[in-house]
Design a protein around this ligand. Structure first.
Ligand code: ADP
Ligand code: ASP
Ligand code: MG
Length: 413
């Protein structure tokens, strides 16, 4: 008998029919003798609906009130799933984040979990209850409701699994595992049997929303065995785990991630002198705007161009800040472009294989795609390109690295 944490995402609890199906699934695990903690998301579309309601009143509502609002979605599904379990003769109890006491910091709408009180959950499990916990939410030390950022129910599940020392954390969703790239974009994308925490973290950070970034961080830190599975189809799913040292050869590339949420700002004609990057990016940081890729051009006639990317939602504010900076440093002008996207290839095998970058650039050149910016880490290469070429870029890289179901051009490795 083992303790399993199971998380069901929005589409998996998107209707009463689906909630009943989830209840059947949970009941089967319970009947096999497992202790089960279930984490649920809000019904699909509900969080967006709530956010849209708020925006009918204010453009930028106070984050504390947003959290009170959006946390309600998950409370609905916990109660409905508990009822569905009770109907099947399975003892179940629902809790919201503050009742469990999922303690977070006070960063409303993007709070981080600090501590989980597992006493109440263990007491219920010992009495034979299935415990159903609302995902995505917690409470700060002053009793204010907080939420963990979009997709945060994944993090609730992994954090609970770590706190309860669960044997496995199962993330049930609308795909049957983690794929080489988003299967909604590339038909030939292939399910991976396993992927390392490190690779999954890069994939999630670079835009693969199949798991929330923090969930993967948590799983890696506490070595929680994590598996992504389809809610309603049987299958092995994808195991996210430490690197498998028994494998003789790791594939060079695990997958390709992409992100449309990118916008580019260029300060043109910046005087080339020490401290200039700080004078440009300092005020951006003070405005709480996160910067992603940065490129500074080679100096020409004592001036240079300084380019960086931010989230599209931050573009207008960043532009405002930069116009002031440009005046202060005597730069020529500020240009912006929000029709860009980022494509990243990820794989721990890159560490030991030279030539991955040149293969990627060749694949993009072959289909006539211009690379605007490049950034790399030990296990990742990202490029910024025009958004209209995104799909073509992902498909070309996917086939160039032999990731498709029926590999055409096997990577030379
Ligand atoms: P849930 O509501 O269950 O949390 P999400 O929509 O957050 O589900 O995550 C599942 C979706 O992630 C899939 O439908 C798929 O389109 C997308 N996705 C993006 N990249 C990948 C990938 N590499 N592998 C699998 N799914 C991916
Ligand atoms: N309901 C929240 C969202 O839509 C959290 C989640 O589903 O994980 O982002
Ligand atoms: Mg999700």
């Amino acid at each position: 008998m083992s303790l399993i944490v199971q998380k069901f995402g929005g589409t998996s609890v998107g209707s009463i029919e689906r909630i009943e199906q989830v209840a059947d699934k949970v009941s089967r695990f319970r009947a096999e003798g497992h202790d089960v903690v279930v984490v649920v998301s809000a019904m699909s579309g509900e969080t967006n609906r709530l956010i849209a309601l708020a925006h009918q009143i204010q453009d930028r509502p106070v984050p504390r009130e947003m959290d009170v609002l959006v946390s309600t979605g998950e409370q609905v599904t916990t109660a409905l799933l508990s009822m569905a379990l009770n109907k099947r003769g399975v003892k179940a109890k629902s809790y919201n984040g503050s009742q469990v006491r999922i303690l977070t910091d006070d960063a409303h709408t993007k709070a981080r979990i600090r501590d989980i009180d597992d006493e109440r959950l263990h007491a219920d499990l010992d009495k034979g209850y299935v415990v159903v916990v609302a995902g995505f939410q917690g409470v700060d030390e002053h009793g204010n409701i907080t939420t963990l950022g979009r997709g945060g129910s994944d993090t609730t599940a992994v954090a609970l699994a770590a706190a309860l020392k669960a044997d496995e954390c199962q993330i049930y969703t609308d795909v049957d595992g983690v794929y080489t790239t988003d299967p909604r974009m590339v038909d030939g994308a292939r399910r991976l049997d396993r992927i390392t925490f490190e690779e999954m973290l890069e994939m999630a950070s670079m835009g693969s929303k199949v798991l929330q970034i923090r969930a993967v961080e948590f799983a890696g830190k506490y070595n929680v065995p994590l598996r992504v599975l389809h809610s309603f189809e049987e299958g092995p799913g994808t195991l996210i785990a430490l690197e498998d040292s028994s494998q003789m050869e790791t594939p060079t590339i695990a997958g390709i991630a992409f992100n449309r949420d990118e916008a580019k700002l260029t300060v043109v004609g910046v005087p080339d002198m020490p401290g200039i990057a700080h004078r440009i990016l300092g005020p951006i940081g003070e405005a709480n705007i996160e910067v992603d890729v940065i490129v500074q051009n080679v100096e020409h006639d004592n001036t240079t161009d300084f380019t960086f990317t931010v989230s599209r939602g931050d573009l207008a504010r960043a532009e405002e800040v930069l116009k002031k900076v440009a005046e202060d440093i005597n730069a020529e002008e500020v240009r912006s472009d929000n029709k860009i996207a980022k494509v990243s290839i990820v794989g721990v095998g890159m560490r030991s294989h030279a030539g991955v970058a040149s293969q990627a650039f060749a694949a993009l050149a072959e289909v006539g795609i211009n690379i605007q910016m490049i950034t790399t880490s030990e296990i990742k290469i990202s490029v910024i390109i025009e958004e209209k070429f995104l799909e073509l870029a992902v498909r070309s890289l996917h086939s160039s690295f032999g990731l498709s179901k029926e590999p055409q051009n096997e990577s030379p490795a």
